[in-house]
Design a protein around this ligand. Structure first.
Ligand code: HEC
Length: 155
């Protein structure tokens, strides 16, 4: 003899089954696609310490600084933070570092040939805030970083 459940039970099972099925579908079908905003590197309230970190990332990444700054093609950055203020008579470390990035050919480090591009121009195209981050990081290499986003670089 075949055992069959009474009709109402079958109906309950069907309703429960259908509900469960659609709940399951709801879980596996992707919801509205969410595009995360591009990472915000620099925000207005960043401290000098935070700028140094961003500057380091920019120097190692988009700025490709280390390709040249290896003491062969270009001077290494060891101690640049303390050297920068003494490179050109009358120029502060920030002024000198800003000039090095915006107008690399304005002064050539003795013993090195011209060869650095303007970092505010393509393809690197650092924004002024990115320049400040890079300068804060350069200052921190053997010196004291003082740059904030309020610093006027003069460019
Ligand atoms: C294509 C090679 C190249 C790249 C890339 C490059 N530089 Fe330079 N840089 C040079 C050369 C060559 C000099 C030395 C000649 C001169 O003073 O312009 C120099 C000089 C400098 C100086 C002066 C150093 C000193 O001891 O006084 C600073 C500061 C500097 N670069 C920063 C940077 C930073 C920061 C980056 C990345 C954002 C960078 N450079 C990318 C080639 C490069």
């Amino acid at each position: 003899m075949k055992l069959t459940a009474p009709m109402p039970l079958k109906l309950v099972a069907l309703v429960l089954g259908t509900t469960a099925f659609y709940m399951y579908l709801g879980q596996i079908v992707p919801q509205k696609e969410v595009h995360p905003p591009p990472p915000v590197l620099i925000s207005a309230e960043m401290t000098t310490e935070e700028l140094i970190q961003v500057g380091l990332e920019l120097a190692n990444g988009r700025g490709i600084c280390m390709d040249c700054h290896n003491d062969v093609r270009a001077p290494g950055f060891d101690g640049i933070g303390s050297r920068a203020g003494a490179r050109i008579e009358g120029m502060s470390d920030i002024e000198y570092l800003a000039q090095s990035l915006y107008e690399p050919d304005a002064f050539l480090v003795p013993g090195f040939a011209q060869g650095m591009q303007k970092m505010n121009a393509p393809p690197i195209s650092f924004s002024d805030d990115e320049m400040k981050a890079v300068i804060a990081w350069l200052q921190s290499q053997g010196g004291t970083a003082t740059v904030t986003l309020d610093t006027d670089l003069g460019y």
